[in-house]
Design a protein around this ligand. Structure first.
Ligand SMILES: N[C@@H](CCC(=O)N[C@@H](CS)C(=O)NCC(=O)O)C(=O)O
Length: 170
């Protein structure tokens, strides 16, 4: 059994890019990037499976993970980081860019409101890594952008279902 520990650290020694999370193994090896960490853990503990069980599932989960990242998460992230005063220490801010990204994110939310209609999960018929990315973008980043999710009925139903899972931490 491989032993490992999760540490939320933000030192340049562990993460030269000063970003979290970082997974430090007992032997000192470091893994940066959320997806890399999750893939490593799934290799160790393949069930319950979050990245797909067969070629089509793997493709579909990767497709939605990637689409949500670029179409929803990134514009929401830029919308916040380029406009909020607290982010000025971390970002070379461009307010105009931030506002344009926020507008793009709102457009995307309208699109995903239709995509998710009647669906329990974003990819396949099972909970996956793509749902984690989607719900993080929706719950956390939407709030930081001061967008009211109640205006998106289908997305709200989807999030509430995921948030009801025992493993979900608000
Ligand atoms: N692509 C990275 C992004 C990591 C990231 O941006 N983490 C944020 C917190 S959610 C951070 O550490 N920000 C600090 C900074 O921007 O300097 C991942 O998925 O792990």
């Amino acid at each position: 059994m491989v032993s490992w520990s999760i540490k939320l650290l933000n030192t340049k020694k562990i993460a030269p890019n000063s970003r979290i999370p970082a997974l430090v193994l007992d032997d000192g090896q470091v893994i940066l990037e959320t997806t890399a960490i999750c893939r490593y853990l799934e290799c160790l503990y393949p069930e319950p499976n979050l990245f797909g069980d067969n070629p089509m599932e793997v493709a579909e989960i990767e497709m939605w993970y990637s689409r949500v990242s670029f179409e929803l998460m990134l514009p929401l992230m830029h919308g916040f980081r380029h406009t909020h005063p607290h982010m000025s220490a971390l970002e070379n801010q461009n307010n105009e860019f931030g506002l344009a990204q926020r507008e793009l994110a709102v457009k995307s939310l309208g699109y995903y409101e239709e995509v998710i209609k009647g669906k329990e999960f974003i990819a396949c018929d099972k909970f996956s890594y793509a749902d984690i990315q989607t719900v993080t973008s929706l719950q956390f980043l939407v709030r930081l952008n001061k967008i009211d999710l109640n205006n998106y009925k289908n997305l709200s139903i989807y999030i509430n279902n995921i948030a009801a899972r025992p493993s979900f931490l608000a």
